[in-house]
Design a protein around this ligand. Structure first.
Ligand code: DC
Length: 227
């Protein structure tokens, strides 16, 4: 019997827990998790290395033909990212890359350049893909669409904790301010702004712990796909 192929789109603001939850759901469902934010982060790294302002549309666009963005899944569903063959998986997580990624992601040529790559992935296998425009633009026909969110204060608290644990602490107020700025930037850009897709199930994880959020996400997916 051939296995049913399906696609799950998970969108939402930063710090809502999308990647952690989608990764866990992918493992449970034995499908591929694709973190699309990581792809934008690679472009952000490239711009930063060249000393290019990420809001400079002409300069970033001119850079694109020189970039080969690679994505590979290794054991345990871990997604590694490559820039012209170099492994930049750790570098894309540097806190300063977040704003670079958010700024370059507002540029139409960057989004167009990365669209095919994302769609190709979903054509070839069952996926759970997270980002900002997966349900609206990348996979508008996804079998399941989820809009995952939580209060800004709660998301900032989680990010603050994550930075502490990673050994790169930052004051809570600074984390909250940056998160709100990034929300605003992602929600107000002209192309593919972060919005809840039509038909997307709203999952608010404020007040839910990881296990509860994960159970809710899996239940929603299984119901929608008919697993
Ligand atoms: O999910 P993340 O924080 O790693 O994403 C980094 C930035 O990339 C985020 O600020 C918005 C952008 N992004 C996007 O515009 N579209 C996506 N599908 C994923 C991320």
């Amino acid at each position: 019997m051939t296995e049913k192929r399906y696609a799950v789109a998970v969108d939402g603001p930063s710090g809502a827990g999308k990647s952690t939850l989608a990764k866990a759901a992918a493992k449970e469902l034995r499908i591929t998790y694709v973190d699309t934010g990581a792809i934008y982060r690679v472009i952000g790294v490239a711009a930063r290395r060249r000393g290019i302002e990420p809001t400079d549309a002409a300069a970033v666009t001119a850079l694109l033909p020189e970039l080969a963005v690679g994505l590979a899944h290794i054991a345990d569903g871990l997604q590694r990212m490559y820039l012209n063959g170099e492994d930049v998986t750790d570098e894309i997580r540097l806190p300063e890359i977040s704003m670079y990624a958010s700024a370059v992601s507002a540029l139409a040529p960057v989004r167009a350049y990365l669209l095919d790559m994302q769609r190709r992935f979903a054509r070839e296998r069952s996926v759970i893909m997270d980002g900002r425009d997966i349900g609206t633009v990348v996979l508008p026909d996804a079998d399941v669409k989820i809009f995952l969110t939580a209060d800004a204060a709660e998301r900032a608290r989680r990010r603050w904790l994550e930075l502490e644990q990673r050994g790169t602490p930052k004051p809570y107020d600074a984390v909250l301010a940056e998160l709100k700025e990034r929300d605003w930037q992602d929600e107000h850009r002209d192309i593919s702004p972060l919005v809840r897709a039509e038909g997307a199930v709203l999952l608010d994880t404020t007040g839910l712990d990881f296990a509860q959020s994960c159970a809710l996400l899996l239940k929603t997916i299984r119901e929608k796909v008919g697993l």
